[in-house]
Design a protein around this ligand. Sequence first.
Ligand code: XMP
Length: 514
Amino acid sequence: MPHSKVVIIDYGSQVTQLIARRVREAGVYSEIHSCVTGATEVAAMKPTAIILSGGPASVGEEAAPVFDPGLLALNVPILGICYGMQLLAQHLGGELVISLTREYGPADMHFKAPCALWDGISVASSTRVWMSHGDKVLVPPPGFVVTGSTSTLEVAAIADENRKIYAVQFHPEVHHSADGDRMLRNFLFRAARLVPDWTMASFVDSVVREMAERVGDRHVICALSGGIDSTVAAVLLNRAIGNRLHCIFVDNGLLRLGEGKEIIAYLCGHFDINLTFVQAQERFLSRLKGVKEPEQKRKIIGRAFIEIFDEEARKLPKADFLAQGTLYPDVIESVSRKGPSAVIKSHHNVGGLPETMKLKLIEPLRELFKDEVRRVAAELGMPDFIVHRHPFPGPGLAIRVLGEVTEERLAVLRRADDIVQQELRDSGWYRKVWQGFAVLLPLRTVGVMGDGRTYEHVVALRVVDSVDAMTADWARLPPELIGRISSRIINEVKGINRVVYDVSPKPPSTIEWE
Ligand code: XMP
């Protein structure tokens, strides 16, 4: 077990996991716990530092998440971020102005007093920070000094160096805060004097140990999708429990051309894994018949998956767990995690689970972002074609055939998408972008082919850059490449006479169209 341990108390911010991620990147072990966790429980975790996250509430609201003042008695360095700052100010005797409206966005913070958090940052000029505040601190608590201000916020950062308690109104964990990463590292290493003794190898060891303990001598079934996440989850479980792991690969008829096959071959060739291949095209496609609404599609697919896993599990007398390669962005966008943050889409592997499911979930990658999973995969010695594989959503092509999903429309999309994959690989762009794929639109447009008029479908090309899928931007592919993909699709795929390139960032759009 690493020596340094940061406990992050989550008050429901969408970016709490980014704090954990930055802490991990700095080489320090961290755990996120819900805001209902009491100080006695936190004390038992033996944290060497505590970070209080932001959150959407106002401390003035009746239902606002509460703070256990016992945390202050633990005598470990504390950093409060945004809502966490309000809580600290409120409980330590500061004065707050309560406001139910919020201000978001960039601001320039001026440094007002020396602070361990500012170490190595040029304090003569201001620094760009990502601000988010409703309530604000008017007068800092006794013992605190104001260490930073913006033009609209006098008390943007405060510190009590003696007690090692720090608070900032902005989000140092997001990329838009220019010196944010430095500030967080300063909190860890200058203020709290932690030791960077956590690595991907130690993550692998601790996850393997935890899973072995949790599963005991029972059996686990693992939903293999053919993507990197479930593959890494399976390999970790294989390490933990050997061949008491039973993998199930479901062909739901919604896969892209060749999806999964290489990975299955790799797993079978390298590990002693029990694998069942289930042909379920008919079950999925018949239930999707006539369904156009995206959330309904996702729920139907999620339910059919779980039904199959339940059926397969019944054939294995002792299987009590279902393992999934769920990642953090799937969790945060699907359910209000451990705090109150808003639902965006119900990703099938989280939000669509029916309440009647008999298996307990096991999700070894639930705290990680995709690039961290890639690092775990590399740590486990997996080959490049797995480590660098683009994400593919659980509901598959069903959410890329907009509108009704039929076999014919899937076949058209599969051919167009295969051209996109080939061209991205051949041009070297596959490794440079986060994800690239084709989407079949439920529209027909007029074209001209030879001497004749055509009235056919449109394919949208979606290629994005991202670091963690929480935000994304359209990839600036060379126009010649876009042109080549477009003419190949129009010439080679019957039924398509137009290709458009999607230039929408996330937010406000999402990566997938449904
Ligand atoms: P969005 O569309 O939410 O996608 O911006 C973010 C990332 O998640 C993938 N995605 C999914 N993955 N089940 C999954 O396993 C799903 O239901 C799902 N929906 C979206 C998407 O491909 C992108 O990488």
